[in-house]
Design a protein around this ligand. Sequence first.
Ligand SMILES: [Zn+2]
Length: 479
Amino acid sequence: MNKLKSQIAVTYSFKTVRNQAIIKGSLLILGIILMQACQNSPKQNTSQVQDQEHPNITKLKSQNAEFIPEIIKLNEKVYVAVGYDGSNASMVIGEQGVVIIDALRALGAAEKVAEEFRNITDKPVEALIYTHGHLDHTGGTSAFIGNNKDVKIIAREGFKDELEEHSPVEPILKQRNIRQFGRDLPVKDIINRGVAPGITPTDRAGKGYIAPNLTFQDSITLNLAGIDIELHAADGETNDELFVWIPDLKTLFTGDNYYKSFPNLYAIRGSQYRDVKSWGESIQKMSTYPVEYLVPGHTRPVSGKTLVHSNLKNYSTAILSVYQQTIDAMNKGYTLQQTVDSVRLADSLINQPNLQEFYGSVPWGVRSIFLHYVGWFDGNPTNLYPLSSSQEAKHMVELAGGEEKMFHKLSQALEKSDYQWGLELADYLLKTDYEKVKVTKVKIALLRALAAQQINAPARNYYLSYSYELEKSLEESAL
Ligand SMILES: [Zn+2]
């Protein structure tokens, strides 16, 4: 009978499963298939299943309003290009020239923005400032300055050109990057990347990069194109991050230390430690300036002194609170998971529009801080020499009363929307010789069910991307 069940399961495709409601329907169908496998009768039709969108998905979709392409005139002298690429590029108009802040990623997109800027003013570019070294802010420079060697290209000392960074684990970082950003997802599954559109231009990505020719250490004030511009080192998302403050225009450019989402204190594509405490303090410092116009590295600018100030204030409070709660929990001797379980944002912060977890995630930040300070060992001697994953799986299956019983529990977890538990059970079974195709199909359904209720874009993209990879591997193994 097992063989028959798995054959019928193979014929059942999860390809069209798009959200929780459909998955619940699919589950029902899966249950029916398994029941009917014993009777060898035909499977049910899924067409009556209603399509209901989870509120988190509706919220995540609403974030797309942040990426509608537009050249925003922020004030008399500042223009911000949003939505042309994954990040923002800005132009500040001075007396005899202009200053560009950040240069997008794709040279093709940067050329379009440069043309829009030139339609506003034909004054020459006198300087270009990199807020940090990530490629999405540095890849399109030549579109703005051409071959003009006189243009000052300014960054912090210790600026890290992302193109130059090579990791020994590059292949896996690339794979995780593809999953986090949903780069290979079918168009129907794409919503966005949290603080960037779901699809960004690929036309000559990174090909316009030009290295900085002027760097500074902590702070510097420069007169560029007749405007006094302050640059301040501000560790946060990266250790080469800076912010730009223009006192006369009351305008502050944050780089990627601020955008409209809870900050990505750790990136699941596999980032190095982002100094969470410094990040919170950098935002705190920004909030001490009389800012009226705030230009983030991603998402639309914010105007109005009160709104800007409260946004910066709640952002720094949130970051420093996650940091301090984590430290306090660690000092109580909590394990990693206990620490994660104990940290949450205060009610006054949790509903703030600029702190929704579209991109960053509180528990991921907590894990990152924990590991930064004590490494992999969480303090519990049980974890000094844990069982191998196959030994652990064997014991857990035994405890469940055998593979069939565990599979039954797995199916129940899917039915009862206990998706995370289901994934954990599926992983135990996948470490045994039990029917891989059948279990993998349920795992795919669980991943898609989680994606269908996930507000965090990287998590959603990762669940979905991984589910398609599993589906592909099943198709290949069936050949
Ligand atoms: Zn960025």
